[in-house]
Design a protein. Structure first.
Length: 294
């Protein structure tokens, strides 16, 4: 049984340096090469069954080396994508903190506006009457407990409605400066929320890529072990390996019909993948649902 492997070309080669590039992200590793040289049986030896055993060994060794290359590449891809998902999460978290800081500043600006309105008008009495009416209507239709942010939004609406009814106040320099600052702050919040939503979308996209990459690496490791197991079994059943010639042969001759895994270090890549899976499980639990902004 012969195994063929699909090696996903997930980007392009930078022929100048040989680095692997995915989109705008440069990977800091080189793809392991794939051996496509056909195996041809050797003839002319007097030892019974040795050419066939050597041919079989070389055939499975090529498949095993290529399976190992697939493991190396897929684990490196998963590792690189795992770093990218951490960076995407940190960017979204940073953006969320910026939004919260802007919203705190927004509250302070509206508080200053409310104080100014109360100082120069009878705004407070009218505002709270309007606020209570809106809360009453909304509580009937939505039937939900009001959050502080809901009450803040109603207060802000009341202030803006009052100023729209009495535009003479907006022409005063003290009001004008405050209103300009509020409009600028509202713009900053909208921009940051839009940026945050993009960061969340990027995070979720990369999260999906990491999950797919881990599965691909697991499959490649499984294929590697299957090829190794099958190759060793078939070689152990060859006429030469079961002959007296093999038992009397030198270690150098025996190596010609033995699969070589010394350089593969498959356990190292398996351990690396397990570490990636563990870190990914922790990352995946960090949901952005509670952070969503409309």
């Amino acid at each position: 049984m012969s195994y063929r492997h699909s090696h996903h070309r997930r980007g392009r080669r930078d022929h100048g340096r040989g680095d692997y590039i995915q989109g705008n992200e440069k990977k800091d590793f080189h793809r392991a090469p794939i051996n496509v040289t056909p195996q041809i049986p050797k003839k002319g030896t007097i030892v019974s069954g040795l050419p066939d055993a050597i041919f079989l060994r070389n055939k499975y060794q090529t498949e095993l080396d290529n399976a190992h290359a697939s493991v190396v590449n897929s684990v490196h891809y998963a590792e690189a994508d795992s770093r990218m998902v951490k960076e995407a999460f940190n960017k979204a978290e940073s953006c969320k903190r910026n939004i919260q800081a802007h919203e705190t500043e927004r509250v302070q600006l509206y508080t200053s506006l409310e104080n100014l309105l109360n100082k120069e008008t009878n705004f407070e009495e009218g505002m709270w009457k309007e606020t209570l009416e809106k809360m009453k209507v909304r509580s009937v239709t939505v039937k939900q407990k009001f959050k502080d942010t809901d009450i803040d939004e109603i207060r802000y609406d009341a202030m803006n409605n009052f100023l729209s009814k009495y535009p003479e106040y907006t022409s005063k320099s003290t009001f004008k400066t405050l209103l300009d600052n509020i409009r600028y702050k509202e713009k900053e919040i909208r921009e940051q929320k839009s940026f945050f939503n993009k960061m969340v979308a990027d995070y979720n996209c990369i999260l999906s890529k990491v999950e797919t990459g881990i599965k691909r690496a697991e499959d490649n490791i499984s294929i590697y072990h299957k090829i190794l197991e099958e190759g060793q079994k078939k070689l152990s059943e060859t006429r030469y390996v079961n002959s007296v010639f093999y038992r009397l042969a030198s270690e150098q001759t025996k190596a010609k019909v033995t699969l070589d895994t010394l350089q593969h270090r498959i356990d190292k890549f398996t351990n690396t993948l397990n570490l990636i899976k563990s870190e990914f499980a922790d990352t995946k639990r960090k949901s952005f649902v509670e952070m969503s902004y409309e």
